[in-house]
Ligand binder design. Structure first.
Ligand code: SF4
Length: 185
């Protein structure tokens, strides 16, 4: 049987731990994809990126990196792009942020001949899960590469615990400078 080729957008190493374990139970060994221009400031971005680089090396998983620290275009983007859809309780910037990262992943997956793409954001109980799912499906159709949807949320706590055991860097806020402010005020 041909193995499933999955490009897994990876928001950070801790969130990826249990997604990878769960996929392994389905005999899926993903390639990880780093593209997170939403993480600020630079020292935080570097810490999360370097943690994933080391984690990927330790686990022997392929890591494809689109290494782009994007403070300026990100801030500009959330104020200029129309991101009003699903603007219920989710900040408009998050809609923009999900789409930005998932679109890059879908495009890369299509270009590199992957069968599927997905994201570790699906493990977080703090994100708008249904919105991520919906954007993923839409982009899958647009880029002709299937979105692999899984509800990893029940594994979140166990994943965080395992990440701590592994000594991975654990971030204290979602990523953007706005979420950092909200975390500490
Ligand atoms: S809070 Fe998180 S998901 Fe929302 S815009 Fe900031 S980094 Fe992106």
């Amino acid at each position: 049987m041909t193995p499933t080729r999955l490009l897994l957008h990876t928001c950070c190493a801790p969130c990826s731990v249990k997604c990878i374990d769960s996929l392994a139970e389905e005999n899926i060994r993903p390639a990880l994809f780093w593209y997170n221009p939403n993480i600020h400031p630079f020292t935080e971005y570097r810490e999360r990126r370097d943690t994933l680089v080391k984690f990927a090396a330790d686990t022997g998983l392929e890591l494809i990196s689109n290494d782009e620290y994007g403070l300026r275009p990100f801030v500009q983007g959330i104020y200029t792009k129309d991101a009003t859809e699903f603007a219920d309780k989710t900040p408009q910037r998050c809609t923009y942020c999900y789409r930005l990262r998932l679109e890059k992943t879908a495009a890369r997956a299509a270009e590199a001949g992957f069968d599927y793409f997905s994201t570790t954001l699906l493990i977080s109980p703090y994100q708008n899960h249904d919105l991520i799912h919906s954007i993923g499906e839409e982009l899958g159709e647009a880029y002709c590469v299937k979105f692999l949807y899984r509800d990893f949320r029940p594994l979140f706590r166990a994943g965080q615990a395992k990440a701590r055991e592994l000594g991975l860097y654990m971030q204290k806020y979602c990523g953007c400078i706005f979420s950092e402010e909200e975390r500490y005020t």
